[in-house]
Design a protein around this ligand. Structure first.
Ligand code: LMR
Length: 396
């Protein structure tokens, strides 16, 4: 049976992570995989997570199944995080959320449900988008098409072209949008642009599908959910895939959620039953641990405050690194070429250099970034920043 299989190339992000791990150079720099790092290059467990784990460890009385939808406390706290405490759609019972194994699980479960609604469904994704969007959605049988998003010459959003393309989408198509901290380019829609996209979705009969994997990393928890809330105020139906990997630092625990907004409560409960059936048919139910930690943190005033502060510190560090990176480039004679990086948000930006230059930097200096020149800003520190900018300037 297996003789028919070809060996596939490594995943571009995970393959780079493995290359970095194998590199014996003590001064190697990992700007590849999207994982938060502190000044020492570590990805520490948040103190709020440690405290919640301790509490959970003492209180957990069983390892019995938690059910396909996850835990109630996690689900309701997630809805509040996404929509705020008083959103009409939540109050009216039009919002359904289920816990999933990470944001990837959320994207795949949503894609399977979309396929059940329409076996000829098309999802429009931004050009560029996170590489794993394509297999996660496409392997569920969904047609993927691209809308223009990032202009590598001007380092800004091609908003007019994006809107012109979406004007031509068919009624019933979905539009995948990055809630904040666009991966890979770091350029986010403004609130006015979100409103324009939501209005267009109503006019053309499109459904927004928002992937929010970095809530809290751009401007703040509520501010980063602006796009979701604008869409929920405007469109009748909506999907949201969210992740707790980055903002709770729970990467390996695999915790996230898929949320949908339906037109009425009857459709919401039909959609919920279908979601449960999709989940039962793939992995039956999500792992419990990560969701339990998030549930404890979000439902405890003190732990929530501690977590919000820790998240704010991660955000501030990334924003400060963006500023320092630009300064360092300009000190080395870049003459403003990289100034756009300070205006972008979240973990990622493109440096805008060619794959051959990226490779040269990796071979000469053990600095690892994706061949698209996407860098993880959080991988920078005062120890490596000047070395990174020096290596980049040397290949320009
Ligand atoms: C990334 O884009 O680097 C992260 O989302 C990690 C991943 O799984 O690709």
């Amino acid at each position: 049976m297996f003789e028919q299989l070809d060996v596939l190339p490594a995943d571009p992000i995970l393959g780079l992570m493995a290359l970095h791990q194998q590199d014996p150079n003590p001064n190697k720099v990992d700007l590849g995989v999207g994982v938060y790092r502190d000044e020492q290059g570590r990805t520490p467990i948040l103190a709020s997570v440690k405290a919640a784990q301790q509490r959970h460890h003492e209180a957990e009385a069983t390892k019995a199944y938690i059910g396909p939808a996850g835990t109630e406390g996690f689900v309701s706290a997630t809805q509040t995080l996404l929509f705020g405490s008083e959103h009409a759609a939540v109050r009216d019972g039009r919002v359904v959320t289920v816990q999933t194994p990470g944001g990837c699980g959320a994207l795949r479960v949503a894609a399977e449900l979309i396929g059940r609604c329409n076996d000829a469904a098309t999802i429009w994704v931004s050009d560029p988008t996170w590489a794993n969007h394509v297999p996660l959605l496409g392997d569920a049988g969904i047609t993927i098409r691209e809308y223009p998003y990032y202009d590598r010459n001007t380092n800004s959003i091609r908003f007019d072209e994006m809107m012109a393309t979406l004007e031509r989408a068919e009624a019933g198509d979905l539009v995948l949008l990055h809630g904040c901290c666009h991966n890979p380019c770091g350029a986010d829609l403004t609130p006015e642009q979100w409103q324009a996209v939501a209005t267009l979705a109503v006019k053309r009969g499109l459904t927004p599908f928002i992937d929010i994997a970095y809530q809290g990393f751009a401007r703040g928890l509520d501010e980063d959910a602006d796009g979701i809330r604008v869409c929920a105020d405007t469109v009748p139906e909506l999907f949201v895939a969210s992740s707790c990997s980055k903002n709770f630092g729970l990467y390996r625990e695999r915790v996230g959620s898929v949320t949908l907004v339906a037109s009425d409560t009857q459709q919401a409960s039909a959609a919920r039953s279908q979601l449960i059936s999709v989940i039962r048919g793939i992995y039956s139910m999500p792992p419990s641990h990560g969701g339990a930690i998030v549930d404890i943190i979000l439902n405890d005033v003190e732990l929530r405050r501690q977590w919000t502060d820790e998240l704010g510190a991660m955000r501030d560090r990334i924003n400060e690194l963006r500023r320092q990176l630009v300064e360092s480039f300009n000190r080395k004679g870049a003459e403003g070429r990289f100034d756009f990086i300070a205006r972008q948000q979240g973990m990622f930006s493109f440096l805008g250099i060619a794959p051959e230059q990226v490779q040269k930097i990796r071979e000469a200096s053990s600095i690892y970034m994706l061949s698209s020149s996407r860098i993880n800003i959080a991988g920078l520190s005062r120890h490596n920043l000047d070395r990174v900018t020096g290596a980049v300037m040397s290949v320009l």
